[in-house]
Design a protein around this ligand. Structure first.
Ligand SMILES: Nc1ncnc2c1ncn2[C@@H]1O[C@H](COP(=O)(O)OP(=O)(O)OP(=O)(O)O)[C@@H](O)[C@H]1O
Ligand SMILES: [Mg+2]
Length: 252
């Protein structure tokens, strides 16, 4: 469980996050939604301590994120950031092996190789494993980065826009895989998703941020209504029910 209490965050005197209080439940997928600039990535950076916490507290299970060693955090939580500056003269296989670093400090074991083999297979990356990241398409690189995040084998996984650059096939395959991995391995998966219908179809909980504040949270059925989408995104939509899931029609 990730517990966030009374978190406020300012950048150069401007409030970016205000009064954030959240309990993110285990063994489930939580989707974080909200407009560009709402504060989603900032919140993720605070949870993973990529940014120092200014006020409040964040716990990952019993671990106080402000007062823990980086290695202790890395063994509990893996993050895929929205922007990545990973050295691109590295093969896909080596990138995934790099994901094992918090466990092996660079001394690769046969178990690490096995974990990487499984991930290459599950993320459909086997044919690309010897390719350099610099020689991949945007979507292929994104899939490799998501697979690396899972190779860290942490109970908590935070993914900032994992569907970026993915085509329809790979976006759906990834959401299905995230669902399977979360259920099979009892993970706490938190992701930023801009495609509201993907959140509706695959998330257990949805949290909406607006102007740095949590405006509402609930199950997809509770959250995805015409009025709520209007409140969160200032957008007129239609919402229908398809195969017992809410479906937002927003492109017409
Ligand atoms: N280093 C920074 N300096 C100044 N302002 C910043 C900085 N980082 C973020 N911000 C501002 O903080 C706000 C929240 O940014 P954040 O990246 O968390 O948004 P987001 O919800 O992830 O948006 P997106 O959907 O576009 O990724 C934005 O207004 C942004 O301009
Ligand atoms: Mg962001």
């Amino acid at each position: 469980m990730i517990t966030i209490k009374n978190v406020n965050h300012n950048i150069n005197g401007t409030p970016i996050l205000r009064d954030i209080n959240l309990d993110i439940p285990d063994k489930s997928i939580t989707a974080l939604i909200g407009s560009n600039g709402a504060g989603k990535s900032t919140l993720f950076s605070l949870i993973a301590r990529l940014l120092p916490l200014q006020q409040g507290s964040i716990h990952i299970d019993e671990l106080d994120v402000s007062h823990s060693k980086s290695t202790a955090i890395a063994q509990k939580l893996a993050i895929l950031s929205q922007e990545n500056n990973i050295q691109s003269r590295i093969t896909v296989r080596d990138l995934l092996l790099f994901g094992r670093y918090p466990h092996n400090q660079g001394r690769v074991t046969p178990e690490d190789q096995q974990i990487v083999d499984q991930a290459l297979q599950r993320f459909e990356l086997e044919p690309l494993q010897q390719r350099y990241l610099s020689a991949l398409s945007g979507g292929q690189r994104q899939r490799a980065l998501v697979a690396m995040t899972f190779c860290q084998q942490t109970k908590h996984v935070i993914l900032d826009e994992p569907l970026n650059n993915l085509d329809m096939y790979h976006a759906r395959e990834l959401m299905r895989l995230l669902r399977q991995l979360t259920t099979e391995q009892g993970l706490t998966t938190i992701m930023v998703v801009h495609d509201i219908n993907m959140a509706a179809a695959y998330a257990d909980h949805i949290i909406a941020l607006k102007n740095g504040q949590i405006v509402m949270q609930g199950t997809p059925d509770e959250m995805i209504t015409i009025d709520n989408i209007q409140t969160i995104f200032n957008l007129d939509t239609e919402v229908v029910s398809h195969k017992s899931k809410p479906l937002v029609i927003h492109h017409l």
